[in-house]
Ligand binder design. Sequence first.
Ligand code: HEM
Length: 427
Amino acid sequence: VFERDPLGFLHDAHREFGDVVRLRFWPELYHLVSDPDEIRRVLTAEPNRYQYEMPAPETPPGGVSPNIEAETAPRFHRLAQEVFHTGEGMAALTGRMTDAIADRLATWDERAGSTEPFDVAAEMLRLTLMVLGPTLLDVDLRSDVDALVPAFNINARESSLQQNISVFQLLERGEAPRDPNSVAGGQLVGDFVSGLVEDRRRLGPGGTDLLTRLAFDHATDDPDRLVSDEQVHAAVEVLLLAGHSGASSALAWTFHLVGLHPDVRRRLEAEVDAVLGDRLPLAEDLARLKFTKMVVLESMRLYPPVWMLLPLRALRQDHVGGFVIPAGSKIVVSPWVLHRNPDRWASPERFDPERFARREPGAYLPFGAGPRGCIAAQFGLVEARLALAMAVQRYRWEPATDVPVVPDPQLALWPRDGLPVVLERRA
Ligand code: HEM
């Protein structure tokens, strides 16, 4: 049942058995934990209590080895924090983000008014990848997105749980049949990343962007710097993948929900028109785009892009919610389950941005938490708010069909058949 419908399975397991559910997926023992306080305690526990483990022990050809990724994560987190939070930090990034979004949205004009459906989910993959260019890499990705998006996407789909017998069993056996397209996709991404790093090294260490810091980290005197090329490549590859998969999923679902709810769309338009009129947003406008933020937060509640966090292995015996967690067993946390728990959220299936007008509730973890939580939660939230506000400023969209949209638990939660919409330019 798990392989066929992981979201339904996890949801039902929680409803039936409560906040700690023991699941045996041979040969591993897992605990699905859904109590927000216990989750925070486990995710932020000292490193000698729990250890992260990546699925798929096998390195995909041309791809990043999970072990390398785990090794580089702490250093990568620190460098990213420096870029986001020192100097002009997010304020400078906001300007670059706005320009990239405006650039991409301008290409929608030729689609507006057409009766041919426009897949706004696929478009979000391109938009969020393009945003990474000027903000974190100091390169222009406009001419690369059309090749990169499918290359990344094949691999993201391959990690989908439905295709694997089960990610857990795959993890033990490391024998996933490999799609030749996926190998080619991994190769393309690997070559692209090598090119980025080589070009940057030729340009020299002057820049303050994240790519420059990663490419020249070996030349710093920090004791935990990234020394090998393999580590640098892994970090850049993870940045590109994680930097567009979560944000594109968040935006795709947000666009879907806004298209379905004309009342919400009207409130968004009123806010955006009052705060921005027809000019580009500035960093200081974000605080006034309150309803826009509530819409993004509520969309990520209903459709958390990362529907299951990386599993944690207990290095020692622990107690969680009154249950024994044996040493060697694993803990899994599902934001999907947490965000739809009727004991924590009134009418959890309802799309109601007003929930976030009040205090942010505890049972909400779209960015994970602790040492492996999202390195760019703030960046992602700013990006999603800007993209939504700027799209609402310019366009209106509605679902092109009344076929229900099915959430597909890929690497990030994705609308299974895309999101065809009919797009109109606003007067
Ligand atoms: C709204 C958008 C986003 C959401 C909802 C999101 C969510 C998450 C979550 C839940 C994790 C932890 C994964 C786990 O425990 O399994 C994560 C990790 C990560 N995120 Fe995000 N993310 C978003 C945007 C971004 C952006 C824009 C970037 C880069 C610019 C980014 C970079 C990363 C990286 C590099 C990691 C991996 C950290 C590690 O492996 O230690 N994310 N993200």
